[in-house]
Structure formats: C-alpha cells, structure tokens
Design a protein around this ligand. Structure first.
Ligand code: FES
Ligand code: FES
Length: 161
C-alpha cells in the first residue's frame, strides 16, 4: 500500500485545520487521533451504529465510512462544535440531560448530531420524524424514549428563540 501523504484543509468546528494524511485514513481517526476531538466515538466501524456521526457541510454523515481526504475543502462539525460559543451546552444538549436521554453516553454524540441535523431543517418535527431520524443510531441503554423526549423538548424550546 502506498504511504504517500495528501495535504488536506478542512474547516472543523469553525476553525481551519490542515494536515498531511494517508489516503486511507478514516475521517473519524483523523478527528480523534490527530485533532483529539474524542467526543466522536468509534463503534462498529462499518456504518451501522452511528456513534461516529459528524456533520459534513451541515448534513449528518458516518465518519467511519469517509476518508479524511474526502472531507478536504469541506466543513465538518463534531459534537464539540454543537456547544455555544462560550462553551456552555446547546439547547439540545441541555434537553438530553434534563430528560435523561443518555446513560453510558456512547451513542450520545451521534444522537446529538442526528437530532441537530433534523432540527436545523425542521423546527417542528413529529414523533415519527424524530424516530425515523435517530433510527440509524444504535443505543444499548436508554430504550430510545428519553432521547425522543429530549428532541421534542429541544424543539419546543427552539420555537421560543
Ligand atoms: S462507528 Fe461509524 S457507524 Fe458505527
Ligand atoms: S446511552 Fe449507552 S449506548 Fe446510548
């Protein structure tokens, strides 16, 4: 396998980040290992669990299925980028805490990315739309009900902003 490195310039959570990466380095490994953004988790590593979800140009994607070079020139948002500029939690993150939408937290960053992606385009999602959105993210702990309630609570609060 070629060990040639490729230059990338990627906007991550609003900051330009550059590096030289092997062609087959996954985006999740670059984010975690090089940038130390460890809020994005690695679960199945083949696109099933959703733990590695990040936004690419505002759309949720599985960062275990992407090579870093494919993100070159694009905008990536990780769970760390969902917080408010002062570092405090977003409306959605607060809602997850309040409704007990997490237990071990392994799925949580992916759930937040999926839910934020929905709320960015739909401020009034139905329960069915919320369930459909998080349906691609696996959670071993919560039974999903509190996660649905968290998204509903966040949507309610966002209406007032
Ligand atoms: S680690 Fe990417 S979908 Fe499971
Ligand atoms: S809170 Fe444990 S996997 Fe979802």
């Amino acid at each position: 396998m070629s060990d040639k490195l490729h230059e990338v310039l990627i906007e991550v959570n609003g900051k330009a980040r550059s590096g030289a990466v092997p062609a087959r380095l996954s985006l999740v490994d670059w984010l975690r290992e090089e940038l130390r953004l460890t809020g994005t988790h690695v679960g199945c590593e083949h696109g099933i669990c959703g733990a590695c979800s990040v936004m690419l140009d505002g759309e949720p994607v599985r960062s275990c299925l992407m090579y870093t070079v494919q993100a070159n020139g694009h905008r990536v948002t990780t769970v760390e980028g969902l917080a408010k500029p002062d570092g405090s939690m977003s409306i959605l993150q607060d809602a997850f805490c309040e409704t007990h939408g997490l237990q071990c937290g392994y799925c949580t960053s992916g759930m937040l990315i999926a839910a934020q992606g929905l709320l960015n385009t739909n401020r009034h999602p139905s329960e069915e739309q919320i369930r459909d959105t998080i349906g691609g993210n696996l959670c071993r702990c919560t039974g999903y009900q509190q996660i649905v309630e968290a998204v509903q609570l966040a949507a309610e609060r966002m209406k007032a902003t």
